[in-house]
Design a protein around this ligand. Structure first.
Ligand code: NAD
Ligand code: ZN
Length: 379
């Protein structure tokens, strides 16, 4: 089958790889209909992680079931399904508590937790930027869609990751109706956090970034755009909240954040949020901060250290939640909002491409070329 394969830093190619197949009785095999490029793929694409050459990318996946293992009871051949990026078993200590983002059995390393398709340090599972994908524990890991699956394909595919991830940021921040919310990053994840805060009834949603095209997408759903290349975002948030600071903050950038001068500074967004969220407010961090990893390739990635204004955070009595999103916790609810036309996450899709165009798309998305917000691949 054809697949998007990592060849080295900033180098992907579409090559022939062995077909994905059923390996265990509980697997299902999915023919990919849509698979997205994610900001998380860029950690590996840029060579910052220990991702192996020759491996296939892709954890934002949707398709049609073409084969099921003999132990699969619920999912059927022909079902249209979207696949949470977290691969989980459903029966371990963490899954039982709804923490499918930290599944203990799908990650072979006993000191680790949490698995994903086509991802560094999260098991050796194949990615979905290919024609076929093997889905472990298919009854648990495939979310079935209704009759409108094809018509709303570009909406439903966002349930695999970024819509629940943006939602998770607002959950960890504690967003409730009437809140003011500041979001760091107008990338796909930040825009989904803005959508989620709006769905939850936030009174004011402020989105900070410096890419005019991305900020314009935030404005399209009623958010206030703050361009941090032109204005101090902390002051802008204070001005919008009568000097108090926002009730909630969502970190949707991660360790590749830039400082006001545009230089990489992994602490930039967390410090912006700590200083612009009010006393006792909440912050939800879904942007990726990599752990200390001597095997990683980038210097920042190796260190895993971030110098945040912890004293201010402590003094203000703020709360902060961090980590991967437990996609399954939210994706039925978010699916049903899409089905009812109450959420349309596809408004951020900028490019629909074939597998063969992936190398060019990675280049443009990685350089945040104007107008390249979210790429969906149609294998
Ligand atoms: P992206 O890189 O396309 O978007 C990030 C945006 O942040 C860019 O538009 C950039 O200009 C902006 N930015 C950089 N520094 C900033 C600053 N100081 N202030 C404000 N904005 C700033 O990526 P994405 O696809 O939106 O993903 C964002 C992050 O979320 C990544 O780290 C990704 O790995 C992570 N992620 C986490 C989860 C999870 O489960 N926790 C899931 C998906 C993605
Ligand atoms: Zn993703």
């Amino acid at each position: 089958m054809k697949a998007v394969v990592y060849q080295g830093p900033r180098d992907v190619a579409v090559t022939d790889v062995p077909d994905a197949k059923i390996e265990r009785p509980t697997d299902v095999l999915v023919r990919m209909t849509t698979t997205n490029i994610c900001g998380s793929d860029l950690h590996m694409y840029e060579g910052r992680t220990s991702f192996e050459e020759g491996r296939t990318f892709g954890h934002e996946n949707m398709g049609e079931v073409v084969e099921i293992g003999r132990g699969v009871e619920k999912v059927q051949v022909g079902d249209r399904v979207v696949l949470p990026f977290n691969i989980s078993c459903g029966f371990c200590k963490n899954c039982e508590r709804g923490l499918t983002n930290y599944c203990l059995t799908t990650q072979p390393d006993p000191s680790a937790a949490g698995a994903a398709y086509g991802f560094a340090d999260m098991g050796s599972y194949g990615g979905g930027q290919a024609e076929l994908l093997r889905v472990p524990f298919g009854d648990h890991n495939a979310l079935r869609l209704g009759e409108d699956a094809e018509e709303k394909e570009n909406d439903y595919v966002m349930l695999s990751d970024i819509f629940p991830t943006g939602y998770h940021a607002t959950e960890m921040a504690g967003v409730i109706p009437g809140d003011s919310v500041v979001i760091a990053g107008a990338g796909p994840v930040g825009l989904m956090a803005a959508l989620s805060a709006t769905i939850k009834g936030a009174a004011k949603v402020m989105v900070v970034d410096r890419h005019p095209d991305r900020l314009a997408l935030a404005e399209q759903i009623g958010a206030i755009a703050i361009d941090d290349s032109k204005t101090d975002p902390v002051q802008a948030v204070l001005d919008q909240t009568m000097g108090l600071g926002a009730d909630r903050g969502c970190e949707c950038v991660g360790y590749q954040a830039h400082d006001p001068q545009g230089n990489e500074d992994p602490a930039a967004t967390l410090n912006m949020l700590i200083n612009s969220v009010r006393f006792t407010g909440g912050i939800g961090t879904v942007g990726v901060f990599v752990p200390q990893d001597p095997g990683a390739k980038g210097e920042l990635a190796k260190q895993g250290k971030v110098a945040i204004d912890f004293g201010t955070h402590w003094f203000k009595g703020q709360t902060m939640g961090n980590g991967q999103a437990p996609v399954k916790r939210y994706n039925r609810r978010l699916r049903d909002l899409i089905a009812a036309d109450k959420a349309k996450p596809s408004w951020i899709v900028s490019h629909e491409i074939s597998l063969d165009q992936a190398a060019d798309a990675y280049r443009n998305f990685d350089s945040r070329s104007e107008g390249w917000t979210k790429v969906v691949i149609k294998p």
